[in-house]
Design a protein around this ligand. Structure first.
Ligand SMILES: [Zn+2]
Length: 396
């Protein structure tokens, strides 16, 4: 940012774009195409090329746009990535959650920090990148449905693989107060459905109680939870150090005197290493099929146990020699590295070989809350990181 003036203009433009973005009610699971088209238009006008990927109904969209290098070099491309969805709003907001409202040094609105603030900064900065003599590609990646177990990003990642994009540096602008986050656990959520045979409670041997088999399944989960503790890696960076497992709910049955034919269990696990998730699922599925289901079918052959994957957010592993972390460290001066308990899309990019860092404006403290806000100065800090990236992406 060469002068006070352009810097002010840039900041004001990021506020304007953030205001527009907040007005799109892109709650997870809803149509986000208007927001995506808005972003696509801004970038296309600057000469970016782009492609979209969709969910099955073509209602929700990921955008991947590129400002091509004018002087290609061997520098790795940069991906600026953010999710476009926001969590639903509950009652009690002091302002309209979908109208950006500035009070003192804060901007209020759903998604202000998580994470439309970052997206607004990248769009506001894009005109500067487009005029610069870039010696590497700069990509803009905007995904759908991150908040519901990262449903959108894997569809984009598949397409990136097909297109041979498997190298680069990715900055995921989740709210970290511009601090560097370089690791988090995975987060896998499941619902397991049990179907047995209803009957009169006075003749338990003639029915198959879905509730009872679900209980045995839950007991197995608790037993496996202890095994996960034993598998805790010695050099774990997480708190607690091992993979966790939690039962969120058991739902089944209609009356005291009726054998329940249906029951389902909501549960989740947060693996510190991928292998723990694989181990857990293998042990559990084996027990469900070989012990429980075999037993259920003796009385009622149509019994079933179905495990539905709600979402499997890949863990983000610490890479001691991360290009992405080094780049951000060099530009912001922050040399710390932190592991966090919330999940992001970082592990998905990392999995295809892209060096990834989570770093963005605003605080996770305000995310998902009533009166979500972003401190305006955080946007300035983000813009100056983007300016630093420009400095690292032009030929002198
Ligand atoms: Zn987020």
């Amino acid at each position: 940012m060469s002068t006070e003036n352009t810097s002010d203009q840039l900041f004001n433009n990021s506020i304007k774009i953030l205001t527009d973005l907040i007005a799109f009610k892109t709650v997870s699971g809803e149509d986000n195409s208007s927001l995506i088209n808005y972003c696509d238009e801004i970038l296309k006008k600057l000469g970016a090329t782009s492609f979209k990927t969709f969910d099955g109904e073509k209602k929700r969209v990921n955008l991947f746009a590129t400002l091509k290098a004018k002087h290609p070099s061997d520098k790795k491309p940069i991906i600026l990535s953010g999710h476009t969805d926001v969590v639903p709003v509950s009652k009690g907001w002091s302002t309209d959650p979908f109208i950006a409202t500035i009070k003192n040094d804060k901007l209020f609105g759903r998604g202000a920090c998580d994470m439309k603030g970052f997206i607004a900064c990248t769009l506001a900065f894009a005109p500067i990148y487009s005029k610069a003599n870039l010696n590497r590609d700069i990509h803009f990646s905007y995904t759908f449905d991150e908040e519901t177990a990262c449903i959108g990003a894997p569809i984009l990642i598949e397409e990136l693989k097909k297109r041979g994009v498997k190298d680069g540096i990715c900055i995921i602008g989740e709210p970290t107060n511009m601090k560097i986050i370089d690791a988090h656990k995975g987060c896998y959520e499941y619902t397991t459905f049990f179907e047995g045979l209803a009957g009169h409670s006075s003749a338990p041997h003639k029915g198959v109680s879905a509730v009872e088999y679900a209980s045995r399944y839950v007991n197995k989960l608790i037993e496996l939870r202890e095994k996960l503790k034993e598998r805790s890696p010695k050099d774990s960076i997480f708190d607690p150090p091992h993979s966790t497992l939690s039962i969120g709910g058991i739902f089944g049955g209609i009356a005291h005197n009726v054998i329940a034919d249906k029951c389902h269990v909501n549960w989740e696990t947060r693996p510190v290493v991928k292998e723990d998730g694989e181990f857990l699922n293998a042990e559990l599925d084996k027990y469900a099929n070989e012990v429980l289901l075999t037993d259920m079918k003796k009385t009622f052959p149509n019994s079933s146990i179905t495990k539905k994957i709600i979402g499997e957010v890949t863990g983000f592993d610490r890479d001691k020699k991360s290009n992405a972390c080094e780049l951000v460290s060099n530009l912001t001066g922050d040399n710390t590295r932190e592991a966090v308990s919330f999940g992001t899309e970082a592990g998905l990019f990392q999995e295809i070989g892209i060096s990834t860092v989570v770093c963005g404006p605003g605080s996770i403290e305000q995310a998902h809350k009533i009166d979500e806000f972003i401190v305006l100065n955080e946007l300035k800090k983000c813009l100056s990181l983007l300016d630093g990236i420009k400095g690292q992406s032009i030929s002198n």
